[in-house]
Design a protein around this ligand. Structure first.
Ligand SMILES: NC(=O)c1ccc[n+]([C@@H]2O[C@H](COP(=O)([O-])OP(=O)(O)OC[C@H]3O[C@@H](n4cnc5c(N)ncnc54)[C@H](OP(=O)(O)O)[C@@H]3O)[C@@H](O)[C@H]2O)c1
Length: 244
């Protein structure tokens, strides 16, 4: 199937490693021109050179940074057809140990960066009557994961925004979807120090996902043929989620 991405442009936030990098790679393989964003400029530049992407260094948890990155991507690429919203996950922790500062930092990093990037990208997509917004969340948004209070709480809210926003922009042929990774082999998973054998026993597919599993679904949602899918939260989790 031709995904129709050959003349498209994309910005992948959190694109220097893990899921974001894999998504950028598959979009480029499909012929799109892509910009990636992350904080560590050395790793970002290396990833961009390896992929053949534009590099835009920024810390998305800084107020206003996400909007600026979108504007910079539009300048570098000419326009922005696909926006992949993604950053590092918030730190683990139970409710008891999280301070107001932890909640506020997670809200800025996860939520306001998403709002800022989407708000900056939407007007031009709507005017051109073509756009794809893809928000990388987590299976934790649908079924809370032990010890991930911040992620469980804030990502569920993002699904509310994705669904509500999709209705506002569908008439302009812009789709807005969330994509929920299950356990996937990236640095984030290593950071969480989970027991891999135990995880595998809980996953019906009996393996941890790869960034490439995830990127294939993302590329389809970013594609032309996916134009009638909007407002959804789609899991790529080897069958982990139990809810219908
Ligand atoms: N992997 C999994 O199993 C899994 C499961 C469920 C949900 N998720 C979620 O999916 C998202 C991506 O996960 P991943 O596994 O791909 O993580 P990862 O390998 O750690 O990659 C995160 C990417 O985001 C960038 N980043 C982090 N904080 C940023 C910031 N403030 N501003 C700009 N860029 C930032 C990182 O680069 P810099 O550090 O250089 O900024 C990196 O490029 C995370 O939110 C994670 O919680 C992952």
């Amino acid at each position: 199937m031709d995904l129709g991405l050959k003349k498209r442009t994309a910005l992948v936030l959190g694109g220097s490693s893990g899921l974001g990098k894999a998504v950028a790679q598959v979009l480029i393989a499909e012929g799109a021109r892509v910009a990636i964003c992350a904080r560590d400029s050395q790793r970002l530049t290396a990833a961009a050179a390896q992929l053949g992407a534009e590099a835009l260094a920024a810390d998305l948890s800084v107020p206003g940074a996400a909007d600026e990155v979108v504007r910079a991507a539009e300048k570098r690429l000419g326009q922005l057809d696909v926006l992949v919203v993604n950053t590092g996950g918030p730190p683990p922790g139970l409710f008891d140990v999280l301070s107001d500062a932890d909640w506020r930092a997670a809200f800025e990093g996860l939520w306001m960066s998403s709002v800022g990037a989407i708000r900056a990208a939407l007007p031009a997509m709507r005017a051109r009557r073509w756009g794809r917004v893809l928000v990388i969340t987590s299976v934790a948004a649908r079924e809370p994961v032990a010890n991930l209070m911040l992620s469980n709480s804030l990502r569920a809210g993002l699904h509310g925004m994705v669904n509500a926003l999709s209705k506002e922009v569908a008439g302009d042929q812009v789709t807005v979807n969330a994509l929920m990774p299950g356990y996937t082999l990236t640095e984030r998973l290593a950071e969480l120090r989970l027991d891999e054998a135990k995880l595998i026993s809980q996953i019906p597919a009996r393996r941890i996902g790869t960034p490439q599993d995830f990127a294939a679904v993302a590329a389809f949602l970013a594609s032309g043929p996916a134009g009638y899918i909007t407002g959804q939260a789609i899991a790529c989790d080897g069958g982990l989620l139990q809810s219908i």
